[in-house]
Design a protein around this ligand. Structure first.
Ligand SMILES: [Zn+2]
Length: 280
């Protein structure tokens, strides 16, 4: 069992607790966005990580949820690191026609509208990569998309059924769907990249106590791609902040826009294609 890491995008302590998700079915762009809340610009509330933090406030508290040991990355049964697993067999298999079929089922908990958003997210991978999310028939390994508590996924293929949780309250957004599925494909967060210190500064003093190690570097395979502030796997500037101060600051230019992707970036796509050897 090479891969037992779970990425649990958890708002353990909810630095954004004061921001209620009043529009749980609203698109972030539709939500009023003028002003600031508690010194964090409102626009920051709709970064991938802020959406996820908020949705995951209570994640991991149900009996059958994986144990949450980090704010965003939770360990299921002991493994700390994630995407190095891709060199140890946690990739999904490429078929002889060059496509990588990832079987899925979607629980019937979701509304038609939510289901459409999830399906759109799944199908978006086919537009620019060789990943093909396809309805499961009888395949052994597959992704089971459910509304559990919070937004979370395992990293890479675990073998057998693996849950991707997209809680109806707060996770069913295009960018979050893509983010969680990228975990299932074997990708970790951008700020955990092995070369991140050349591109971001992590302000540990502002991180929620006990979650510092969610910002640890991982010996990632960066696939020859540059660090990407616009990756859908990049957390926002205030992710897991305990004091409403920034936790991730771009370097050397601290004013660079970071962590605001509304969909997979060009680089996210390139990485998928490289990891899975897609012929493009
Ligand atoms: Zn994540």
């Amino acid at each position: 069992m090479a891969t037992s890491t779970v990425i649990l995008l958890v708002c353990l302590l909810g630095t954004l607790n004061t921001v209620q998700c009043q529009h749980e079915e609203a698109n972030p762009e539709d939500v009023e966005n003028n002003g600031e809340i508690d010194s964090i610009p409102v626009e920051e509330n709709y970064t991938v990580s802020a959406l996820i933090e908020r949705a995951n406030k209570n994640a991991g508290q149900e009996l059958d949820d994986p144990e949450i040991v980090e704010g965003d990355i939770a360990v299921y049964t002991g493994l700390q690191n994630a995407d190095p697993c891709t060199s140890r067999g946690c990739k999904w298999q490429r078929s002889s026609n060059g496509n990588v079929y990832v079987p899925y089922v979607i629980a019937n908990q979701f509304s038609q509208r939510e289901r459409a958003i999830i399906e759109k997210g799944l199908q978006s991978f086919a537009q620019s990569t060789c990943i093909r999310f396809t309805r499961r028939t009888s395949q052994k390994d597959y992704v089971n998309i459910q509304s559990r508590s919070g937004c979370w996924s395992y990293v890479g293929r675990r073998g057998g059924e693996q849950v991707v949780s997209l809680a109806r309250s707060g996770c069913v957004y295009h960018q979050v769907v893509q983010h969680e599925l990228l975990h299932a494909l074997g990708f970790n967060h951008e700020q955990c990249r092995s070369d991140r210190d050349s591109h971001v500064r992590i302000l540990y003093q502002n991180i929620i106590r006990g979650l510092e190690y969610a910002f640890n570097k991982i010996n990632t395979n960066n696939l020859g791609t540059p660090y990407d502030y616009g990756s859908v796997m990049q957390y926002g500037r205030y992710a897991f902040s305990r004091n409403r101060q920034a936790t991730i600051v771009p370097y050397p230019n601290p004013n660079s826009v970071i962590g605001k992707a509304s969909q997979m970036s060009r680089m996210d796509i390139m990485r998928i294609n490289r990891l899975y050897g897609c012929r493009r």
